[in-house]
Each structure stands twice: as C-alpha cells, then as structure tokens.
Design a protein around this ligand. Structure first.
Ligand code: MG
Length: 383
C-alpha cells in the first residue's frame, strides 16, 4: 500500500531529492501535500507532476502566482503558517518530511506529531532549538522521528547492534576551508565558502559546513535524537565523506556506515525504514580511493564548532540563541557585508549576552529566536 507523505520544503535541495526518490518508487508513495517558502515556479512544476491535494507557499505574495501556474488542477493552495499547520493535520498523511531551512516549520512539526504523524527530519535546526520538547512529544504520542541528515542516518543505522553505546563519532568533511590559514579564512569570499568539496547543498548549510557550525548543530541534534550525553559524542574530520558516522560499543567494537556522498541514500532510508530498498546510487570503489583519513577538528580555526558544543552543554535556550545568531551572521556573510570570521564573533557575543532559561514551550523558543536575531543584526551592523 502506498505511504502517504507530505514534504515541508519541497523546492530545496533535500525536498527535490526526496521527490526524486518518490518518483523512482511511484507505487510506494502518494504525495498528499507540498510546501515551499518562496519558489512558486518549482513548486508549480512539482504540483503538476505529483498532484498533491494541498500546496502551500509560505510567502503570501507569491501564493497567487502559484495558483495561476497550477490552474486548472484541483490542488488547493494555501499560504503562511496556517498552510503548514493544515498540512501537518491532514488526516491521510502518515509521514511528514521536514526539510525547510531554519525554524519556520517548527510549529508544524509539533502539530504533525500531535496529529499522529511520523517525521523524517532533515531540518536539524528544529532538533537543535527544541530537541527535548520534540523528543518528549514524539515519545508521548508514540511517533518516530527518523533522521535524514547523512551522519544521523548513519548513526541510526549503526545503533541496531544491541549492547551499551560508548561513543558516537560524527564525521565532518572539514569543508572547503579545511586547509586554510586563519588569514586565508578571513579573506574567503562567499563563492569560495559555498564550494563544498564533497556534498552539494543549499547556501545556509554550505556556509555552516565551511565554519563547522553545521557539525556543531549536528552534535546537538545527535544528543537529542539518540538520547546521548555530550561526553558520548565525538567529532572527527574525514575529508573523503565516505564514512558517514560511527558508533563504538562498550566491548570496543566499532560500527560505521559507508557510502557515496549521495543524499538520496539517507532520504530513501528515512522513507523506507524499517525496510531497505534498491537505489541506483554510484558504487563506491574503496580500492580506487585507497585510503580513508581521519583527524581531530581544529577548534581554534573553527570556533563555531566550540561555540555549538558550549551552547549544547549549557542547554536550555542557549542552542536557540546560537542557531538564530548564526543564521543572521551567515546572511551578512553571504551578502558580502562581513568576513566569514565575523560569524563566530557575532554568535559568541550573542551567547555572552543571552539570559538563558529552561525550555518550556514553543513560544519561549520563538521569543529567544527573535531576540537573538535582533541582537546578532545589531552586532553585525557595528563590526
Ligand atoms: Mg550532515
């Protein structure tokens, strides 16, 4: 029987690859709803191909454009957060793929769990800012949050051995700045920083990968997803991006998941789990690779990773402040207004100023997010 799915963020990198997986298994899925932030043109093409019941464009100014493009199809068009919430509550949807950047879809993810849906989570920011609340909600409702992030998918796959987990080792390619001196890093352009050596991704996550903030967010994501202590998590630089992450058990046995850098693999596994299906991915030639390298991350050249660890360990609302400050700082860098090295400065200052609290609800997270954005922008304007 076809699994009914909805995709929040269908026009982004993960969303498009999710639809590629769906298109390769037409008998296995029915796309009930699609949502995007701004891209009416791509969303309209997806609506024509997959014929969902509901399509949501978050930006209300573009919703009319979407409706005009998809006429005369019967797909209903909605806009804004109420559109996302409507998707989350569609009775026939079984699985919601959460792939929107940032925390725009956070309320919809909570609503989907409350409405009894499983979540395939590509949106790591949601887990970073609201990890405890999300995991508690999923537990209460008996729902699954299945990771899509390649590292977390690898860990998820390696955690099926039984026994006591001693360490989860998250690998990082090191990004395009891995071998740069501090002076070179200070002069790097958005174009250079966007040019990731092994993965092709959206702009925000590409810059986060260049600063290793992405890895820091992934540490916090892993802590919540797999109920780990921070002492159980380690990060290793692995430039080939072949080993996607590892789990070490208390007897010393180490399990890793390896594969080509193809996001369709973790996306498809999140959709097919607990089954594993065929995929026409490239075959990894280990002999041609010859060697796999590992190294410790340099926290002095990559202070964002250290900041994320610190915010994660401090807990409460610190990760929400970290995430918001980073998003604003990354935008300043992408617009050419600040050097890459300013990102960690802005984030550090916002964390320094933050008056933390225990996370009780979504409203509080959104308030911290708004505060941190405003502070990060004010700091950025004065650098
Ligand atoms: Mg990742």
């Amino acid at each position: 029987m076809a699994k009914e799915i909805a995709i929040l963020g269908s026009t982004g990198s993960i969303g498009r690859q999710t639809l590629a997986v769906v298109a390769a298994h037409p008998e296995q899925f029915r796309v009930v709803a699609l949502a995007a932030y701004n891209n009416a043109e791509v969303l309209a093409a997806q609506v024509r191909q997959f014929k969902p019941k509901l399509a949501v464009l978050l930006n209300p100014e573009r919703a009319g454009d979407l409706a005009a493009r998809i006429a005369p199809l019967s797909t209903q068009v909605m806009t804004g957060e109420k559109g996302l919430l409507a998707i989350a509550r569609l009775p026939e949807v079984k699985l919601v793929v959460a792939a929107m950047v940032g925390i725009r879809s956070l309320a919809a993810i909570f609503a989907a769990l409350d409405a009894g849906k499983d979540i395939a989570l590509a949106n790591k920011e949601a887990m970073v800012v609201a990890g405890e609340l999300l995991m508690e909600r999923a537990r209460k409702r008996g729902r699954q949050i299945i990771p899509v992030d390649s590292e977390h998918s690898a860990i998820f796959q390696c955690l099926r051995q039984g026994g006591r987990v001693e360490k989860v080792i998250i690998t990082a390619s090191g990004g395009p700045l891995r071998n740069m001196t501090p002076a070179q890093m200070a002069a790097v352009t958005p174009q250079q920083a966007l040019n990731h050596p092994t993965w092709s991704m959206g702009p925000k996550i590409s810059i986060d990968s260049a600063t290793l903030m992405n890895k820091g967010l992934e540490v916090i994501e892993a802590k919540h997803l797999f109920a780990l202590d921070y002492d159980q998590i380690e990060v290793l630089i692995h430039p080939q991006s072949v080993v996607h992450s590892l789990v070490r058990y208390s007897d010393g046995a180490l399990f890793a998941q390896l594969g080509p850098a193809d996001m369709r693999i973790p996306i498809q596994y999140a959709l097919s789990w607990p089954e594993r299906w065929d995929l026409d991915s490239q075959v990894l030639d280990l002999a041609a690779l010859g060697h796999l390298d590992f190294d410790y991350p340099d926290l002095e050249r990559f202070p964002c990773l250290a900041l994320a660890w610190r915010a994660g360990r401090a807990g409460g609302t610190y990760p929400a402040a970290l995430n918001a400050a980073d998003e604003v700082a990354v935008q300043y860098f992408l617009q050419g207004k600040l050097p890459l090295t300013a990102i960690s400065r802005i984030v550090a200052e916002v964390l320094e100023e933050h008056q933390p609290g225990k996370v009780h609800n979504l409203e509080q997270i959104l308030a911290v997010d708004a505060w941190a954005r405003q502070r990060a922008a004010a700091i950025a304007e004065h650098i």
